[in-house]
Design a protein around this ligand. Structure first.
Ligand code: NAP
Length: 225
């Protein structure tokens, strides 16, 4: 059943584009915030090209039911730790603050497996700092998705992801039980799990590892049948 309005940040990325391929069938209207002019072949999608430095100016667009944040970059792409932190911490946090102020029903975001403010790794620390700040906001529902390595059809070459995609079919059968969360996960599966989480009606904070994301994606499909 299609209901309400959703807002998506990071809609042009690997997970974001998988989300876009599905989300338009679940909502009457989908608003996308993008840093560049893009077109999408979906009937009910409204794309706003914005400068993320001035997200505050677009506060009115956050008057929606569900917000999905798939923003992210790499230090290689961003070219500095500061620029990386802006995309992976400052912008998502700003989006969450605007979502809380708009009293949205849910805010669903991808961070990463191993996120921790105490991590020795800069990447995981940035994600962990973000999670801590998000949990302090007055959001009705906060869904934090912590995937393992993401695989999918990415244009850009990323050695780690390409290698994982190659060995995944060999490795995955060995990663069972408590190790299942370490198995690489398809971007499409993450997008389905995000939809399931946002539409679950659950309040409060929920954090999901890859093994749970697979179950949620399957449940979304079951609900559709
Ligand atoms: N890759 C992995 O294996 C992995 C594992 C665990 C968690 N994660 C996390 O999962 C999330 C999604 O990953 P992904 O691979 O789908 O990301 P992705 O393909 O790199 O897409 C990132 C999105 O963020 C946008 N973005 C990047 N820099 C921006 C900027 N300066 N201003 C505004 N928008 C900007 C991109 O827009 P453009 O299209 O305009 O560039 C794109 O829509 C990220 O937070 C990532 O850290 C990734």
């Amino acid at each position: 059943m299609t209901t309400d309005t959703a807002l998506v940040l990071g809609a042009t990325g690997l997970v974001g584009s998988e989300l876009m391929a599905r989300i338009y069938t679940y909502y009457k209207r989908v608003i996308v915030l993008s840093r560049r002019t893009v077109t999408m072949p979906y009937p009910n999608v409204e794309i706003h090209t914005i400068d993320f430095e001035y997200m505050d100016e677009y506060a009115a667009l956050f008057q929606v039911e569900d917000v999905f944040c798939c923003l992210g970059t790499t230090i290689k792409q961003a070219k500095s730790k500061e620029a990386f932190r802006k995309v992976d911490y400052t912008y998502p946090l700003q989006a969450a603050k605007l979502s809380a102020a708009a009293n949205v029903r849910s805010f669903t975001i991808i961070t990463a497996m191993g996120s921790s403010s105490k991590s020795a790794f800069f990447y995981s620390r940035v994600k962990g700092d973000l999670e801590t700040e998000l949990q302090a906001l007055p959001l009705h529902a906060l869904h934090i998705v912590q995937p393992s390595l993401i695989i999918g059809a990415r244009q850009e070459f990323r050695l780690g992801e390409r290698a994982a995609a190659t060995i995944s079919p060999l490795l995955s059968p060995m990663l069972r039980g408590p190790l299942a969360k370490y198995r690489p996960i398809q971007a499409s599966v993450i997008s389905e799990a995000m939809l399931y989480a946002a539409r679950s009606g659950l309040g409060g904070t929920h954090i999901y590892a890859s093994d749970q994301l697979r179950i949620m994606a399957a449940q979304l499909k079951n609900n559709n049948n």
